[in-house]
Design a protein around this ligand. Structure first.
Ligand code: NAP
Length: 262
């Protein structure tokens, strides 16, 4: 589905970002993985190459404007063209709002919102200069949002606020680029089986709480998010821009809490 396409993915050393890299490669794309965890990122790219994939790794802290610009410049010269950018890097911080330190609020906003802005803006500037591809598009930007852009958990308020911002940023960038052949969409996963999820649902009581809000009665797998990214990156999503798609096991549609199986 993505044969001959190229993709840049932030926060790709593990979790959803890595699953997107794996799935994009499976679908025929060449992928530039980036992260702040050099060892894990290099090792992930190495494993993808060993399995026959076209993968390369570069460090990039998405809060650093120069680093994001360098990443986009490297991708453009390495691939010749950037078809898809996935602004995926994100962190979470748990604290009662009344005790929340301003430094922690700023830190989460810097990665989850400023980072998504920087990645999208720098990618967009490059994409608008590219020739349209065979499908007539100049590029696709995908932002990793969350169901927490819509529903809220007060114990992770900076994360919730940032993801709400990601949805609005997605619309702003999409509207700005709609007539220029660049599509911009977001994915808002529910609870997905990654280290980030385990940090939240690390005890049986917490997991029970999460599942009581999950009609499909299980967390999602990272690849179930990656497959949505493949759809948004490809021509089947050719008339979609400014949207957030929610692979959430039914959570956003839930009104009453469902009984949890023992
Ligand atoms: P994850 O397993 O924690 O992976 C996130 C990756 O991003 C890590 O490799 C992390 O590196 C990296 N990272 C952290 N700060 C960075 C920075 N400043 N610049 C570049 N990379 C950075 O998380 P995940 O669960 O895969 O989440 C990926 C995205 O999906 C996030 O935006 C998250 O909010 C979103 N999401 C996740 C879930 C879920 O349930 N898992 C649900 C909804 C949305 P370190 O390991 O060194 O920190």
């Amino acid at each position: 589905m993505l044969k001959g396409k190229t993709a840049v993915i932030t926060g790709a050393a593990r979790g959803i970002g890595l699953a997107c890299a794996q799935r994009f490669i499976q679908e025929g794309a060449a992928v530039l993985l980036s992260d702040i965890d050099s060892a894990a990122g290099e090792s992930a790219a190495e494993q993808l190459r060993a399995a026959g994939g076209d993968a390369v790794y570069r460090d990039c802290d998405v809060t650093d404007a120069d680093a994001v610009q360098a990443l986009i410049d490297f991708a453009a010269s390495h691939f010749g063209r950037i078809d898809t950018v996935i602004a995926n890097a994100g962190i979470v911080h748990s604290a009662d709002i009344l005790d929340l330190a301003v430094e922690d609020f700023d830190r989460v906003l810097a990665v989850n919102l400023r980072g998504v802005f920087l990645t999208g803006q720098r990618a967009a500037k490059r994409m608008v200069t590219q020739q349209p591809d065979a499908d007539g598009g100049k590029g696709v930007i995908i932002n990793m949002s969350s169901i927490n852009a819509v529903v809220a958990i007060p114990g992770i308020a900076p994360y919730v606020v940032a993801k709400g911002g990601v949805n609005q940023w997605t619309k702003c960038l999409a509207l700005r680029l709609a007539a220029e052949g660049v599509r911009v969409n977001a994915i808002g996963p529910g609870s997905i089986n990654t280290e980030m999820f385990h940090a939240i649902a690390d005890n049986p009581q917490k997991l029970r709480e999460v599942l009581s809000r999950t009609p499909m009665q299980r967390p999602g797998e990272p690849d179930e998010v990656a497959k949505v990214a493949v759809f948004l990156a490809g021509d089947y999503a050719s008339y979609m821009t400014g949207q957030t798609v929610y692979p959430d096991g039914g959570r956003l549609g839930l009104n009453y809490v469902v009984p949890v199986k023992e």
